[in-house]
Each structure stands twice: as structure tokens, then as C-alpha cells.
Write a protein that binds this ligand. Structure first.
Ligand code: SER
Length: 318
């Protein structure tokens, strides 16, 4: 069995990724790390957990050696909205942190480095409808710029040193748990607020279309890619998507289950970020090279989110 190391385990994705990895790879083979103290969920699952700041090059290396790690999933990252509030912090975590992980993978000759990219790696000069896998990437946020850095450095190390780098450009990821610091977070907050208060003030305009996927599809794409045979991969970074929708379309879908629900719109700086990102993605490279196939369309997602958030809050919406 291979041994896996995850950074940013406390993030929106990490909180679901870690339990799924324990099940898939065995709890003795997964080391979770994050900046905070271990949380009750990880404690209950008996996760091997260490506090680690990805800026700490030595701490990182010591853990990789101590646990004889084969594969890193580098999820630690400051997201788009938080990054715009503190670009200096985003630079430290997203650029320097990634560089530490990349260099440690090279020096220790680890088997693979998976580091997510994002739709944020694209920008206003990109063709934003059905965005191709290989296209113009001139993002305008520090987060997006850091993701282009991740992709290009990963490719560079792959060509120069044979480092097995892989990446997915995640769209907005949907799960019935609180997200933080992202531009796509509105879709999750809308469901929480629909169930709690039957109204939600959206920080994007009603007609901004963005690509999304359910968490289960996000985890599936991650496992599928990290387990794909290397000789099948022509790319190192892949578009993946499950659906696209606007805030208004989401509001209308929620209204079918909660007729009193009202979404109002008060666009802030995140609206401009969202408008610079793709509306939809062409994920044919992922489909061709490692059989990517999402399972959650829009309608199924809405029910799953409503049921999940309702259970989490202990408030019925029916
Ligand atoms: N969900 C992320 C964000 O909104 C995009 O990768 O920042």
C-alpha cells in the first residue's frame, strides 16, 4: 500500500477528502496535516494528524521522511476572495508553500505530487464559454496567478526532472458544509440560508454563470486522476466540471422545494472575480485521458444539497 500525505486537511475539500481517503487507502496510510489543532471529526476517525504550516520547509520534510510518504495531495491554499483581501499571505501560502512541496517531492524522489488548480487560473482574455483545456490563461486575482504558477511549475518539473505532477482545475465545489473564502461559496450559503431564513442576499449578480461540481464528483475526479496510469496522460492539468448555473437559476430550483425562498442581489468585489472566470468548461481531455465522467447533474445536486444541509442544521424544509 502506498502512503499519502495531505496538506490543507481543514479546508472545505480536505474535510471530506480525509474520511474518503481513510476508507479507500486505510487509516495507517494517510497522514493529514493542517495549521490548526486536530478537530473532533478527525479525532473520532483516529486520523494520523500533524500540525503543519506549508511555509515550514523543514517541518514538511521531516514528516514526509518520518512517514515514508509516496504521494502528496497538496490542498493548502488561500482562496480567491481571501487572497484579494491579503495578497501577501496568499503569496506566502500559495507560491512559497507550493514551492516547498514541489522541491520536497523532487529531493525526496516521491512517487507523485497532486496539487489542485482552479477555474480561477483563467481570466477575462480566456474564451469563457466551454473553455478549452489548453487556452489563454491570464488571471487577474492573486489566487488565479498562483494556480497558473502551480500548473506551470508542475509541468516544468515533470519535463525537467520526471516528477509525476498532476492537477485538476476544480470548479466551485458543492457540499453541505460551510465553505470559506471563495467566490463560488454563494451557492452553498444560499442553501444554508434558504433552510434557516428562507432568504439570501447574494454577493454576485443574478446572471453570472459559473461551473460547479458536487463534492462526491470532486473526490471521484481526484482519485481517478491520481490512480490513472502515467502513460495515458498527455496533459498534466485538466479541466473538470459537473454543471454550470447562475445564482438566479439556483434560486429558482430552491424555490421548487421552498416556495417562500427569496434571493436578493448585492454584488460586491467577488462579482468582478466571477465574471473573469469561465461560465462552462470543456473537460474532454479528462474524459479521453482518464475516463472522467461526473455523476451529479444540477437537479440531483439541488436535492442532495437541501437534504444534506437540512440534516446538518437539524431543520426540515419539507
Ligand atoms: N472555489 C474557489 C473560489 O471560489 C475557486 O477555485 O475561490
Amino acid at each position: 500500500m502506498k502512503r499519502y500525505f495531505v496538506t490543507g486537511s481543514y479546508g472545505q475539500i480536505g474535510m471530506d477528502l480525509i474520511p474518503a481517503m481513510l476508507e479507500r487507502y486505510g487509516k495507517e496510510n494517510v497522514v493529514a496535516t493542517g495549521r490548526k489543532k486536530i478537530n473532533p471529526t478527525f479525532k473520532e476517525l483516529d486520523v494520523i494528524y500533524h500540525r503543519l504550516d506549508v511555509r515550514d520547509h523543514y517541518g514538511l520534510r521531516n514528516l514526509l521522511v518520518e512517514y515514508d510518504i509516496d504521494i502528496i495531495l497538496h490542498n493548502a491554499s488561500v482562496l480567491s476572495a481571501t487572497g484579494e483581501k491579503n495578497p501577501q499571505l496568499a503569496h506566502e501560502i500559495n507560491f512559497e508553500g507550493f514551492y516547498n512541496v514541489l522541491e520536497a517531492t523532487r529531493e525526496l524522489n516521491l512517487e507523485q505530487l497532486f496539487a489542485p488548480s482552479s477555474i480561477a487560473a483563467f481570466g477575462p482574455t480566456t474564451p469563457l464559454v466551454n473553455t478549452p483545456n489548453d487556452t489563454i490563461m491570464q488571471p487577474t486575482t492573486i489566487y488565479g496567478i498562483s494556480k497558473v504558477y502551480v500548473e506551470l511549475m508542475g509541468e516544468y518539473y515533470n519535463k525537467k526532472y520526471g516528477l509525476n505532477f498532476r492537477s485538476l482545475r476544480y470548479p466551485g465545489v458543492l457540499a453541505p458544509s460551510e465553505p470559506g473564502g471563495g467566490t463560488t461559496d454563494f451557492a452553498i450559503w444560499a442553501v444554508f440560508e434558504a433552510i434557516k431564513n428562507k432568504k439570501y442576499e447574494c454577493f454576485l449578480s443574478k446572471d453570472v454563470r459559473l461551473p460547479f461540481m458536487m463534492m462526491s464528483d470532486c473526490l471521484k475526479s481526484t482519485f481517478d486522476l491520481i490512480e490513472a496510469p502515467d502513460d495515458k496522460l498527455k496533459h498534466r492539468s485538466f479541466n473538470v466540471t459537473g454543471m454550470s448555473f447562475t445564482p438566479e437559476e439556483l434560486a429558482n430550483a430552491i424555490k421548487e422545494y421552498i416556495p417562500e425562498f427569496e434571493m436578493t442581489y448585492k454584488p460586491d468585489f467577488r462579482d468582478a472575480i466571477a465574471r473573469s472566470w469561465p461560465q462552462s468548461l470543456d473537460d474532454s481531455a479528462a474524459r479521453e485521458e482518464w475516463d472522467w465522467n461526473p455523476e451529479f447533474p444540477f437537479d440531483k445536486m439541488v436535492i442532495e444539497m437541501l437534504d444534506g444541509v437540512s440534516e446538518k442544521l437539524g431543520i426540515s424544509y419539507k
